[in-house]
Design a protein around this ligand. Structure first.
Ligand code: NAP
Length: 296
């Protein structure tokens, strides 16, 4: 029997991915939404999460598809009301707030899931297996897209906590941290910040790898035309290019909801914060360069 779930924030990603993924999943039924401005035909809507939690004790799982800045308060409210919570990426504006959510969820005995949709793209599991038996020489990430297309009019990405180009870049870091057998840590970064904004429009990252391989990433929001989401890997026994596209997001979001169903059934949590940790390090270590102002 399907379990009722509530979706909070009916914006771009909710419409593009969450709603179709929930509808396609026999484990879930979309029982309610929380939205200040929108609604989904045929689904009961509440203007605030508080109102939903008070009115619908039967809904024991809440999926948060809102921007990252209000995420902690929403997650805290839902967890304290004894609900399981699924977090869009990135899971929070800081590592500490995610760790605090984890503690709250443990106390309440509910499941908490920091989702990383890009980890569920086709080819990731194969790449992990392929890398496991090889010596890495280099891994280069190129994650470039047009911010006007992928974040149309979204002012929150430019506000503190909004991560700027790391909002998509963290997807690449979620893949990096999932496929590499050895851990890496950031040792240098350059962040290009438009002079009228708080967050970077482009970034270059360089990581230290335990066996000395070259691990680098280039993120850029100024690419006009088709996005370039690629990871080029060279080993002592061949090379590979992992290329990603928007089409694969359908399957990625279906897998996220399947995973959430497993976590709820098992009474467990999945809170890997390693991609967020690298972003936090980039903001700590990164050298800032001011660039041209950005306007939508
Ligand atoms: P969005 O469309 O700008 O916002 C989503 C919705 O969140 C808004 O429509 C609004 O819904 C609600 N919201 C906004 N500010 C809020 C606030 N202060 N308090 C409560 N609710 C608020 O953003 P999005 O592109 O869907 O992204 C949401 C999350 O998904 C982000 O973390 C992003 O990184 C992630 N994501 C986005 C994409 C993408 O392609 N855009 C892809 C993968 C992941 P209501 O008007 O309904 O209240």
């Amino acid at each position: 029997m399907s379990k009722p779930i509530a979706l909070v924030g009916i914006g771009k990603i909710a419409r593009d991915q969450h709603i179709p993924a929930i509808h396609a999943d026999p484990d879930w039924s979309l029982a309610a939404t929380v939205s200040r401005n929108a609604s989904v035909e045929g689904i009961e809507n509440y203007p605030t999460l508080d109102a939903l939690l008070a009115a619908r004790p039967d809904i024991d799982t809440v999926s948060l598809a809102i921007p990252v800045q209000p995420r902690f308060e929403h997650a805290r409210l839902a967890i304290e009301a004894g609900r399981h919570v699924m977090l869009e990426k990135p899971p929070g504006v800081s590592v500490a707030e995610c760790l605090n959510l984890q503690v709250l969820a443990q106390r309440q005995g509910v499941s908490l899931y920091a989702t990383w949709h890009a980890r569920h793209a086709e080819g990731i599991a194969e790449a992990r297996d392929w890398l496991a038996g090889r010596r890495l020489r280099s891994l280069r990430i190129s994650w470039k897209e047009d911010v006007r297309v992928w974040h149309p009019g979204q002012e929150w990405v430019w506000e503190p906590g909004g991560l700027g180009v790391f909002d998509p870049g963290i997807n690449a870091l979620s893949i990096l941290t999932s496929v590499l057998p050895e851990p890496v840590h950031l040792n240098a970064a350059t962040l290009d910040v438009p002079e009228n904004r708080q967050t970077p429009i482009a970034a270059s990252l360089s990581f230290q790898h335990s066996a000395g391989a070259c691990v680098e990433a280039e993120f850029d929001w100024r690419l006009v035309g088709d996005p370039e989401w690629q990871i080029m890997i060279e080993t002592d026994d061949g090379s590979r290019v992992l290329s990603f596209g928007a089409a694969s997001m359908d399957i990625e979001y279906r897998r996220l909801y399947q995973r959430m169903a497993e976590l709820v059934v098992d009474g467990t949590m999945d809170m890997d914060l390693s991609p967020l940790m690298h972003v936090a390090d980039a903001f700590m270590l990164g050298r800032r360069r001011h660039t041209d102002p950005f306007f939508f």
